[in-house]
Design a binder for this molecule. Structure first.
Ligand code: GLC
Length: 721
């Protein structure tokens, strides 16, 4: 390969179809000419099989070496069939449904000619102001690691190259969820203690599950941009973890090293990224990729050609493993069939049902008694919006179809009861424009006369047996560049909620969104967190509200009372004043409204007879904790049994509680089951900043098992030598 051909393999361009995105002109490079010249190795944002074949044909017929292109895309929670947003699937605490959902996404992606997805997003975050919480699995490294590994298995199948599967690209390496102030794109400062014990583990789990790619983050980590961070991309990723796949930058991540002050020009940006361990530069084609400057850099001795060869080899290996040299094209006819597979929507509905979290259910308002109900009011702009039911990172060009909650309720209840709708309030709007509005061009939100609509909505509440209000944030208020400084319901939704409750009629609130909204003193009869429930969201929510499905989800983050308390985690250190942990502010408590791992059901559960098989073990040995879980209610239901641990003393101070094990089980009324979790030495090791190493201490360990992070059923054991 010539130097030019090598450098070309490290170039990835967006194809936005000529749209201007976030003010950036995306037509500075003629993509087809660049591909024919051998200056492109990969593309993204192309999902039409005919267009993929067209660009692929140029690469494999017009270039000297005929190397096929690698096509990547953000298939974060589906392509045509949309699963609940990843934080919602994490709330199912069911790695199996996470795997199944991403296997559906992979099948649809591969069918249209996509070889690689920029997912799972595995960023831990303790800050709900950060809009991208929606894409991850919340605040906990154990839940986050389980979801990361499950999604990689779903995307890749048993091995990279398996038909109907794609390369998984966990992102954003690393620490992006700790952006200062929850402000997307701002810098991150994390100690090695936090990185090793909290932010890195989900990436390690994804790589141990076989992930073939890693995407580096945008931001400066401890002052060094992730895209040129040798400690991250080489010391940790390749030397410590033995990662053999390829690393891609985030969008313009290599280009941006210049404005980040890490390079005097685009050529040096490419050199510094490559020397740190970067392989592929993802760029908006406003101008030539920085990677093309590597030719000159090698010629002038500014970069060792071996470094270039290593990066090129990793990309070629990915293309070989995906079989692209033998089969570079895709069959559009086959694609259409895969995209319409009804099994995909069944998985989406199941995932949405298992993701929902029941937060309150006063006097058993839910499940609704469909026989007795004659009239139901459905309120709120989100209730009737299929597009918002899908959540962010969904592109209309891929033809996703969603059942809105209103449609779901009409289908489920419309025969026996009158289901009437009123928007009640205008669409809440952002102060600034989301660049996704450039890409997605959402249909205009029709203006409403709020006074008229508000009054109409309240009349409907008064004349109905029950009201279902769908409240939350439109899809462009969460996700990338969607940070928000407060947790109230945007627009006039809170007023509508309070007015509806004040009528004295029963009100059920279904939350659509991800932020732990602060509903003030408003206390609806029942509160169900549905996240953005995806293509089958309306059907799933209707099933949950009438009891054809039973909520079993649990919060993947602490539902904090106000954004001002972020960042927050349940897994905090005891401090020198443990007793005051919940009252650090003089003006309000800082205990969460609902704790990490919390969620109700239509039945109830009890935990008894918690015990360990050995009260004392040696370092390196395992201990098994067993307990009896019983369904003490009158309905079948799912419980997520969780095991939390506290190490009383150690080389470092250890968190008051840490999730270590969990399992979701279904029990019939009255059924009880003895369950057990085994803690290995691995579960007891942690990174200590005192020794700068992974260690296991001798200590006494408290154990709690229960249905959330405030579980009370307890036992203990000791590591004695
Ligand atoms: C975006 C995101 C990243 C995504 C990439 C390609 O800016 O940060 O998550 O995969 O660009 O769309």
């Amino acid at each position: 390969m010539t130097l030019e051909e090598k450098a070309g393999q490290l170039v990835q361009y967006f194809d936005f179809g000529g749209a201007t995105v976030a003010g950036a002109d995306t037509t500075g490079v003629d993509l087809e000419t660049a591909i024919a010249k051998g200056d492109v190795g990969a593309m993204l944002f192309v999902t039409d099989p005919a267009r993929i074949n067209e660009l692929q044909r140029i690469a494999v017929t017009k270039t000297r070496l005929k190397i096929p292109l690698l096509f990547g895309f953000d298939v974060i929670h589906g392509l045509r069939t949309i699963m609940p947003v990843p934080i919602g699937v994490a709330a199912s605490w069911d790695p199996d449904i996470a795997e199944k959902g991403q296997a559906v996404a992979a099948a649809e992606a591969r069918a249209v000619g996509i070889h690689w997805t920029f997912a799972p997003m595995v960023d831990i975050t303790l800050d709900p102001r950060w809009g991208r919480m929606v894409e991850g699995a919340g605040e906990d490294p154990v839940l986050g690691s389980a979801m990361a590994a499950a999604q990689v298995r779903g995307f890749q199948g048993k091995a990279i190259g398996e038909p109907g599967h794609v390369i998984a690209g966990p992102k954003h390496f690393v620490g992006y969820g700790a952006s200062l102030g929850g402000r997307d794109y701002d810098e991150v400062d994390l100690s090695e203690n936090q990185l090793r014990n909290t932010y890195l583990p989900p990436f390690k789990a994804a790589i141990d599950a076989g992930a073939g790619n890693i995407m580096s983050a945008y931001m400066g980590l401890n002052g060094v941009p992730a895209a040129a961070n040798h400690w991250l991309l080489t010391e940790i990723l390749r030397k410590e973890w033995g990662f053999k796949g390829f690393v891609v930058s985030d969008a313009n991540g290599v280009n941006s090293l210049e404005p980040q002050g890490m390079a005097v020009d685009q050529k040096q940006a490419a050199v510094r990224a490559l020397e740190a361990g970067m392989d592929l530069a993802m760029s908006v084609p406003s101008g030539p990729s920085p990677m093309l400057g590597l030719v000159d850099a090698v010629r002038k001795g500014e970069l060792d050609e071996q470094v270039l060869d290593d990066a090129v080899r990793r990309l070629l290996e990915a293309k070989f493993r995906m079989g692209l040299f033998e089969n570079p094209y895709v069959d559009p006819a086959k694609a259409a069939k895969v995209l319409e597979d009804p099994e995909h929507r069944r998985v989406a509905r199941l995932a949405a049902e298992r993701s929902a979290v029941l937060l309150t259910n006063d006097a058993g308002l839910l499940p609704l008694d469909r026989k007795a109900l004659k009239s139901i009011a459905v309120l709120g702009p989100l209730a009737a919006s299929g597009q918002d039911t899908l959540g962010p990172w969904v592109f209309p060009a891929n033809g996703p179809k969603a059942i809105s909650i209103l449609e779901g309720l009409r289908t489920k209840l419309g025969d026996g009861a009158k289901v009437e709708y009123a928007t009640g309030v205008a669409w809440p709007t952002r102060k600034n424009r989301s660049f996704f509005d450039d890409i997605n061009k959402p249909e205009p939100r029709l203006p409403v006369d709020e006074k008229v609509e508000f009054a109409k909505a309240l009349d409907l509440v008064k004349s109905s047996d029950v009201t279902v209000m769908v409240l939350g944030e439109p899809q462009n208020m969460e996700g990338e560049s969607a940070s928000r400084s407060d947790l109230s319901l945007p627009g006039e939704q809170q007023k509508l909620l309070e007015a509806a409750i004040a009528t004295g009629k029963p009100v059920v609130v279904v939350l659509m969104g991800v932020r732990p909204f602060n509903l003030g003193d408003a206390r609806p009869g029942a509160l169900l967190e549905a996240w953005y429930p995806g293509s089958e969201g309306g059907t799933a929510v209707a099933n949950l509200l009438v009891g054809d499905a039973v909520p079993g989800g649990k919060l993947p983050f602490s539902w904090i009372g106000s954004a001002a308390q972020a960042p927050y985690t349940y897994s905090f250190l005891p401090s020198h004043q443990p007793a005051g942990a919940d009252t650090r502010y003089w003006n309000e408590d800082n205990s969460p409204t609902w704790p990490f791992g919390y969620g109700l059901s239509y039945t109830s559960f009890a935990y008894d007879d918690v015990k360990v098989d050995r009260a004392a073990i040696k370092r390196g040995e395992a201990v098994t904790v067993s307990f009896v879980l019983r369904n003490t209610g009158a309905r079948v239901g799912d419980e997520v049994a969780q095991l939390y641990l506290h190490q009383r003393t150690g080389t470092s101070s250890r968190p008051v509680r840490q999730l270590k094990k969990f399992a979701r089980v279904t029990l019939k009324p009255g059924e009880s089951r003895r369950m057990q979790f085994t803690l290995s030495a691995e579960d007891l090791r942690y990174w200590s900043d005192a020794t700068k190493s992974w260690i296991q201490d001798r200590s006494t360990f408290d154990i709690w098992v229960g249905g959330n992070s405030q579980a009370q059923a307890t036992t203990r054991f000791a590591v004695v030598e």
